[in-house]
Design a protein around this ligand. Structure first.
Ligand SMILES: *[C@@H]1O[C@H](CO)[C@@H](O)[C@H](O)[C@H]1NC(C)=O
Ligand SMILES: *[C@@H]1O[C@H](CO)[C@@H](O)[C@H](O)[C@H]1NC(C)=O
Ligand SMILES: *[C@@H]1O[C@H](CO)[C@@H](O)[C@H](O)[C@H]1NC(C)=O
Ligand SMILES: *[C@@H]1O[C@H](CO)[C@@H](O)[C@H](O)[C@H]1NC(C)=O
Ligand SMILES: *[C@@H]1O[C@H](CO)[C@@H](O)[C@H](O)[C@H]1NC(C)=O
Length: 353
C-alpha cells in the first residue's frame, strides 16, 4: 500500500481514514495521475482531512512479494479478484486499523475495487463492521447488458476455450510474464510518443470519449498499467456469460471437488450490510446503471445511488476525465463528510439521485 497521511494543510487530529482500491489493469498511481490541482481523488481526500491509504492489489508492480513463489512462476498468478476480496482486502484493513488505532475506516473502490469489495462482504462478513461507508465507483457484478457488445459477447461465450488456452500454454499472466498491457500499448504508440492522438485512439476503442480525456494523463495511464492474472479476466468473462455474480467456474468435475456442487455458488449479495454509496454513469457499458441499480435494490445498506447522466462519461472517465473532480470526486467527498469519523451517520434516508 501507499499512504498519504495528510495534505497541503498539514496534519490534524482525528483524520478520517480511507482505503482506495483501484480497478483491473490499474494500480495505486491511477488515483494520483489527475494531479494535485486537477482533481485527483487521493489528493482531494488528503487535502480534506483524510488519511489516505492506496491499495496495490496482488500482481501489480508493487505487490509481487510472495512467501514462496516468484512472480515469474505461473502459480503466482493463480488468483482472481475473489482472492483479492477474500484475503487481501481484510489483510489491508487489519493493517490500517492497527497502524491508525481506529475501529473503522472509509473505503472507496473503482471497478474491480467494487467487485472485490462485494466478495469481502460476502466471504468475510465480519469485516463489514469495520467499514463506515464504501463509495463504489462503477462496480460491476451482474453485467446484464454487456453481452450486447459483440466483442464482449464473443469473449464471454468462449470463456472455457480461453481458460483452456491459458492452462495449455501457461498464459497465467496477461498479457505476458514479461510485459504489461501498458508497455505493449505504449510500444504501439512509440513512433508518436508525443502525439497523444495515438493514445486517444487506443482508449476510444474501449468506449472512452476523447473530449473528456485529459491528454496529459494518458501516457501516465498506460505507463502504470500493470500485468494482471488471466484468471481475473476470465472470471469477469464468466460473469458476463452467466449474468450471475458467482465464484470461479472450474468446470463440473472440479467444481464438485471444490464447491461440492456442479455450478459455482453465487455470492450472497443480499446479505451485505456494509453501508454503500454507488456511483455510476449512463455512458458506462462495463458497469451499467441497471447492474448497479439491481445491486442497490438487493442491499438494505445501499445509502446512495448517484448517477452521472452523461452518455459521454465512460468507464475510464471515472479516473481519466478532465471533469472528474466536479462531476464525481467532490460530490463523493461531500457525501463521505456526512458520516462521522467514528462511523455514526448523520443521515438515515436512502438517496437516489
Ligand atoms: C492540469 O491539467 C492540464 C490539462 O488539462 C495541464 O495542462 C496542467 O499541467 C495540469 N496541472 C497540474 C498542476 O497538474
Ligand atoms: C487549507 O488552509 C487554508 C488556509 O488555512 C484554507 O483557506 C483552506 O480552505 C484549507 N483547505 C482545506 C482543503 O481545508
Ligand atoms: C489454483 O487455485 C485453485 C483454488 O485456490 C486450486 O483449486 C487449483 O488447484 C490451483 N491450480 C493449480 C494448477 O494448482
Ligand atoms: C514497475 O517497476 C519497474 C521497476 O521499478 C518500472 O521500471 C516499471 O515501469 C514499473 N511498471 C509499472 C507498470 O508501474
Ligand atoms: C445469508 O443470510 C441468510 C439469512 O440470514 C442465511 O441463512 C445465509 O446462511 C446467509 N448466507 C451466507 C452464505 O452467508
Amino acid at each position: 500500500m501507499h499512504r498519504i497521511p495528510y495534505g497541503r494543510n498539514g496534519s490534524s487530529e482525528n483524520r478520517r481514514v480511507i482505503l482506495l482500491v483501484h480497478g483491473l489493469l490499474n494500480q495505486a498511481e491511477h488515483f494520483l495521475i489527475a494531479g494535485m490541482y486537477n482533481g485527483s481523488l487521493a489528493y482531494l481526500l488528503a487535502d480534506n482531512e483524510f488519511d489516505v491509504w492506496l491499495a496495490n492489489c496482488r500482481g501489480t508492480n508493487h505487490s509481487r512479494q510472495h512467501i514462496s513463489l516468484s512472480s515469474e512462476d505461473p502459480m503466482f498468478w493463480n488468483f482472481s479478484w475473489h482472492e483479492i476480496g477474500k484475503y487481501d482486502l481484510p489483510a489491508k484493513i487489519d493493517y490500517i486499523l492497527e497502524k491508525t488505532k481506529k475501529r473503522k475506516i472509509f473505503y472507496a473502490g473503482y471497478s474491480q475495487g467494487g467487485t472485490s469489495f462485494y466478495v469481502m462482504c460476502t466471504e468475510r462478513p465480519e469485516y463489514q463492521d469495520k467499514i463506515i461507508l464504501a463509495s463504489l465507483m462503477a462496480p460491476s457484478a451482474f453485467f446484464p447488458e454487456t453481452k450486447k457488445i459483440p466483442l464482449a459477447n464473443f469473449f464471454s461465450t468462449n470463456h472455457e476455450e480461453i481458460m483452456e488456452l491459458v492452462d495449455d500454454y501457461s498464459l497465467y499472466c496477461f498479457p505476458s510474464i514479461k510485459y504489461s498491457l501498458g508497455e505493449v500499448l505504449m510500444s504501439l504508440c512509440v513512433d508518436s510518443l508525443f502525439d497523444n492522438q495515438c493514445y486517444i485512439f487506443l482508449l476510444e476503442t474501449t468506449g472512452a470519449k476523447p473530449e473528456n480525456i485529459n491528454p496529459y494523463m494518458l501516457p501516465l495511464w498506460f505507463r502504470f498499467s500493470p500485468k494482471v492474472a488471466a484468471k481475473q479476466i476470465v472470471h469477469y468473462l464468466q460473469l458476463i456469460y452467466s449474468g450471475t455474480f458467482r465464484k470461479f467456474d472450474y468446470g463440473t468435475t472440479k467444481n464438485l471437488q471444490i464447491y461440492g456442487q456442479s455450478k459455482p455458488p453465487d455470492y450472497p449479495v443480499g446479505n451485505i450490510t456494509a453501508p454503500i454509496a454507488f456511483y455510476s454513469s449512463l455512458g458506462d457499458f462495463m458497469a451499467e446503471y441497471s447492474d448497479i441499480q439491481q445491486m442497490c435494490s438487493r442491499i438494505l445498506s445501499c445509502e446512495r445511488s448517484f448517477l452521472l447522466r452523461s452518455k459521454h462519461f465512460s468507464h475510464f472517465d471515472f479516473i481519466l476525465s478532465n471533469k472528474v473532480e466536479k462531476k464525481l470526486n467532490v460530490p463523493m467527498l461531500r457525501f463521505m463528510q456526512r458520516y462521522d469519523e467514528d462511523g455514526t451517520t448523520k443521515i438515515k434516508n436512502k438517496l437516489v439521485e
